[in-house]
Ligand binder design. Sequence first.
Ligand SMILES: NC(=O)c1ccc[n+]([C@@H]2O[C@H](COP(=O)([O-])OP(=O)(O)OC[C@H]3O[C@@H](n4cnc5c(N)ncnc54)[C@H](O)[C@@H]3O)[C@@H](O)[C@H]2O)c1
Ligand SMILES: N[C@@H](CCC=O)C(=O)O
Length: 522
Amino acid sequence: MTTFTKVSPYANEPFTDFSLEENKKAMQAAISKVKEELGREYPLYIGTEKVTTEAKITSINPGNVDEIIGYVSKADQALAEKAMNVALETFESWKKVPARERAEYLFKAAALMRARKHEFSALMLLESGKNYVEADVDTAEAIDFIEFYAREMIRLSEINETVPLVKIPGENNKLTYIPLGVGVIIPPWNFPLAICVGMTMAAVVSGNTVLLKPASTTPVIAHKFVALMEEVGLPAGVINFIPGSGAEVGDYLTTHPKTRFISFTGSKEVGLRINKLAADTVPGQIWIKRVVAEMGGKDGIVVDETADLNAAAAAIVASAFGFQGQKCSAGSRAIIVESVYDEVVEKVVALTNQLQSGLPELNFAAGPVIDKTSYERILDYIEVGKSEGTLLAGGGKAEGNGYYIQPTVFGDVSGKARIMQEEIFGPVLAIAKAKDWKEAIAMYNDTEFGLTGSYFSTNEERISEALDTVHCGNLYINRKCTGALVGVHPFGGFNMSGTDSKAGGYDYLLLFTQAKLTSRKV
Ligand SMILES: NC(=O)c1ccc[n+]([C@@H]2O[C@H](COP(=O)([O-])OP(=O)(O)OC[C@H]3O[C@@H](n4cnc5c(N)ncnc54)[C@H](O)[C@@H]3O)[C@@H](O)[C@H]2O)c1
Ligand SMILES: N[C@@H](CCC=O)C(=O)O
């Protein structure tokens, strides 16, 4: 590979405006095209081999459970071991490929994904239940991660020129960011393209080889990404695609002596398990495994009496119910100062009641939740909510041949209630009343998580104090708490929300490298 793409300054991928008829039609056409391809079989990718197994993961449309998205081959421990060996072997050559050349594969992938944007979004919409905007934003974020990390790797490879070490006479000193080895990439289903792509590309462009175990509810869109990387000529064995059971394949690879790092995004429970298992050393292991774990949230919006209440109510509803509340950043709590509590709650309930549930392909505002397990868990939480607060909107199942739940709002909830403390990961909003803005911030901080939060106020002194005291990785003022942009809002949380990493930030690739200092006498 000798001709390199000219690298322009990084810019976020624009979102599609679906109020324009032509864009709506383009998405509908992409959905029709993708529908013609549903129900196919997809193999594992282990080096140059495409492996078909008898055991399959059946991926279905959560919005229409009779529609099968695809049948995906399923790795067991023996196939995971085979993939590990291929990844180890490929690492020996991939780590020697210059950074600029590695980045070039990413630039090519971004260009191709951009050209097929609606096709990626359409498949994702059918497999995960996102509506047009949510799917489009996810694809745009995937492109952003690819473009951003490619430039980041180039920047790191030039660090000795741009940020030289302190010079002393008689020595030539250099710092080089070298890769770690074989990594296990374990993404969630809720950003089935963006997070899967971002986690994988960050590791790969840094010079590592990976075993990618996608989430079992969204393996087909993950496969589409892996196939794209094959199409742009990424050497076989750099990304090994091994869908499989988290408990079986996940635990096997987490405890494997040759696993150098694990990049995980998902729930607190699984993240803690991985962290614990990875901390144990096993015979043949000569390193401390690095664990990057981005986990859950119990995010919230605080509103004081000086705030623009219409803007606050709109942000609360957007943050709570975007993609049915299935975002780690979802604003599942709102804490409102008592003098404006009734007014804000009334606005929130009115906006929530406007959200109509229905098929994602018809672009309803509220779609299904991801699967039966989530559906039942969320309905259980709604029952808990009925004993912990006042039901103000929704409160049960919604119509449809899928996992539809009404956007649900509870008021008068105590800060210590389960629905105020536990991540529900569904369309359930709990609202609490605080006596004043200080108490509201204290209630916001009173969780084990610390991912995203918003503070609504027009009072500069309070905003200034909120900036200092609201303890979360992504704190927003006077806007919703979802929708971080790559490079603009590096993303990741504190406490039980993870290992304090920042996806889409300038220090992210360092997590997948180790810095080697070389000092030469001259
Ligand atoms: N902090 C963030 O950036 C971020 C982003 C997105 C989602 N999330 C969190 O992810 C969760 C939702 O995603 P989910 O339901 O896919 O989470 P999950 O923890 O159930 O699964 C995440 C991944 O882990 C795998 N897994 C399950 N058991 C495993 C094991 N024992 N070993 C290894 N892997 C295993 C799953 O198959 C899946 O690929 C929520 O808690 C959400 O807040 C966090
Ligand atoms: N980065 C996304 C959330 C990712 C987790 O689900 C946001 O900012 O809304």
